[in-house]
Structures are given as C-alpha cells and as structure tokens.
Design a protein around this ligand. Sequence first.
Ligand SMILES: *Cc1c(COP(=O)(O)O)cnc(C)c1O
Length: 516
Amino acid sequence: MALRSLSSAADPFALSHHIQLTSSFLPSIELHKGAAAEFHRKFYLKTECNACTMAHQALGSSKHGFRRKITLDDKDMPQQWYNIIADLPRPLPPPLNPKTLQPLNPNDLLPLFPQALIEQEVALQAYIDIPEEVLDVYSMWRPTPLFRARRLEAFLETPARIYYKYEGVSPAGSHKPNTAVPQAWYNAQAGVKKLTTETGAGQWGSALAFACSHFGIGCEVWQVRASFDQKPYRKLMMETWGAKVHPSPSNATMAGRAILATDPSSPGSLGMAVSEAVEAALADKETKYSLGSLLNHVLLHQTIIGEECLKQLAMVEETPDVIIGCTGGGSNFSGLAFPFIREKLKGRINPTIRAVEPAACPSLTKGVYAYDFGDTAGITPLLKMHTLGHDFVPDPIHAGGLRYHGMAPLVSHFYNLGYIEAIAIPQVECFKAALQFARLEGIIPAPEPTHALAAAIRECQHCRETGEEKVILLALCGHGHFDLAAYEKYMAGEMVDLQYPQEKVSEAMARIPSVT
Ligand SMILES: *Cc1c(COP(=O)(O)O)cnc(C)c1O
C-alpha cells in the first residue's frame, strides 16, 4: 500500500529524494523522527510525513516493502545447480561429430574437457550437488544482492516495479566466476595443469584467471583483438591473477596465423579466439580447454543466480511478470531464467521471458536455427543453435561479450519452442539507459547488461502507458569499471549504431555445414 501510493507521486525527483532519505533513516527510528521530519519541513514544507510513517509500517510487513536490497544469509545459499535438461518439453538436438555428422560420443570431448564436466554436459537428473570446495569459494561473494530500482522507477514514472539481480559483486566483476570456479576445480581434481580459453570483453578471461589461481593451475587466454586494444586493464587483471594473455588472432597458433595472413588488421571475434584456444589445448596432454558460455554445463553452473533470486523474491512476496537478460552465448540469461522456466513449466508462474541481443549481432532475432560450428576455423563439434554463421565477424561494438555468432543450444531450443522471446537493441539506446541507471541507482553497468536495462526501460514505459503494475526482473550481470572508454565515447557523442550487415551474414550462412 505504502509503496503504491508513493509510486503514483507526481514529482519523481521529490519522490526519489524522499525514498533515499527514508531508507537511510530506517535503521534508527529516533533519528528518522527527528532529523528526517526536520528535513521534510525544510524541503517539502510538510509538518507530517505520512509516507515515512507508512514506510515504517511497510518495513514490518515486507510486502513490496521499502527494501532497497534483498539479501540472503550465507546459510541460505543454494547447495545444488538446476539442470533444465531434466524438464525439457521436447528433447534437445544432440551435438554432432563434425566429421561423421553423427551424434557426438561424449568421450570424443575428453581431449578438451575433464570427465566430470562431460558428465554434467549430458546429465539427466534435475539437481546436481555443488561441491563443498566450490561452495566455499562462492561464499566469498555469494549470495549476491537483489536490488529494487526505486529511483529508476520514480524517474520513469512507471507503476512497474523493477528488481535487478547484481552479479558485479564477484571478484572478477561479473557472473562468469559462477562457472569458472567449478570448471577450474573439476579440472584440478582431474590432474589438469593448465586451462586455455578465449575472452571477448575480458570478463570471462579474468573470471577463469581468478578461478585457476585459486586452485593452483595455469591459465592461457586469447583475448579478441578489438577488446585487447580497448581494454588494457582487463589484460592486466588477468595477469595479476597469473594468466598469460594473447591478442586474437595471434601468431601463437595455426588458426591465428591463417587469419592474420588474409587480414593482418582483423579485429578478431570470439569464434576466432575459440579456434586458437582449442588448438592450444589439443596440442598438450596436460592442458584442457574451458568455455565461458554456450554449453549445457556452463548454463547449469549459472543457475545458482536464479535459485537465489527465487528465494529473494519470495522474501518480498513478489512474482515476476517479465524476466529480462542480455544474451551473448546465453549463460547469464539462462542462469537467471532457467529456475523460473522450471516454475513456469510446472504451471506455478507465467512470466514473459525476454532475451536481449545487440542489433549488430542478432543471432536469435536474425540468425537461423541450424547446426553450426562453435568456432571460426570449424574444429569444434556441431551444435544446433541460432547462428549468424561461424565465420561471421560482427562489428566491434562495445558490448564485446555479446559479439558471438551463435546462441546456447538450450536457449535456442526454448526460443524455438516459444518459451522465450527475443529482441535486438542498438547500442546508443543501451548506453542512454546505462547513464540513466548509473545516475539514479549508482552502479555503472557493463556494456552487455545495458541491453537488458534498455529493454526493461522500454517495458516500464509500456507500463506507464497501460498502467500495469508489472514486476520486472532484470539480470545485471556485471559492472563496467573496465569499460569506461565506451562510456567516454557515448558521452562525447561519438558512439554510432552499427547496421546489421545483411549481405555479410547471408554470405556466412552459405558456409555453414549442411546437415539433413
Ligand atoms: C560474458 C558476458 C556476457 C555474455 O555472455 P552470456 O553467456 O550471454 O552471459 C554478458 N555480460 C557480461 C557482463 C559478461 O561478462
């Protein structure tokens, strides 16, 4: 009640001041009654403040309360990951061996991944216990907070309520350590000495570097050239955790040399960097490869986000109407959404679930659903996914983590079955949303989740028109402290929207393998 009446206040800035004041005084009723009332008399010429009184009442009953952040106790951190494969409405098309085009034998993956992760890739049980050692590392930053975006709501004058699950509190600054830590741990258990990987924005490389250093194994990273040049501090962060970093394409691999021979100034792509990291892992028996998105086991590890969030929303008696996440390979989106899709499949809730991708790399909205390689050189197994073609080189937009030609097979499958919607948003609108968010909510988002933010703002504007009090749940999967060069560009008015290069994609589509 208290909240509803506040939401409809006429002056959003007065309101947001009011909220800030109220919540900062909440711990001490004495203080509130004295100093806050004085503040109100001065600034609002009011002698009584009903809303403040109501705020205190709301604090007692948590329903839509004035809680800016909803936190779980350490002891309430989920102890299992959720495996959505157990609940699929229709079976997932299997990965194929690229040579025989027959379903892949899981053992074919042993040169790249340890047994335990391959088992998780094909596991059928709904819940998988998180190992003690992994829970222990998770507890450094998990459970992560769920925030209510009160000031943004007020600014937008929307009746919608926005909650955002913030993964930027991890040491690497994003959701990626949720899978880097178990991957490094299972590899270390299997006696692996080093992991290789690719990184786009540098988020995944830093997460894996952090995780490997934790378990005493080596880490070698191929960072997409465009981001290597734009973000020197991500490289230094990886090096601080002990990793070795190459720009990709590099001279260190055959795949890299082949690309440089035809295009010496290639900006790189995630697909190219995958080729290099896979090649390096295959060349050494004690080295394996690690992927930061796309595969089933990666999405599995990320479900801790959604499992926590279910508990957090229950604490404030909220049910989401719209769940929004950005999609590069699909892991942060799935991590938040899959536990809610489980509840949807069981008929308990019915949220709209919306994936948001960059207009310059629209694999769900403009790609085709087909078998394709995960890398540019064509050495990985074939995955059935929404793809723009494995040798599609997206323009070097600022959301480096979203510059990937394909989408996770599980996300593609659910999209194909109609459980998920997708939209593409150009980057200028995303950064506009990011600045509003940073100025109102404080957190400076990574360029990737600005796509989710822009979509949430569109939804709020829609709610303002219709008067719907929707509950919007948003994946704020990382901070942008290493991405300020992108913010600088935007603020200088130099950021441009890059068109979807239809011809280039059609060309690339002609080169995907034909599987009947
Ligand atoms: C890597 C990354 C992404 C894209 O990857 P997904 O697998 O789609 O989550 C998005 N946001 C951030 C902050 C990332 O680090």
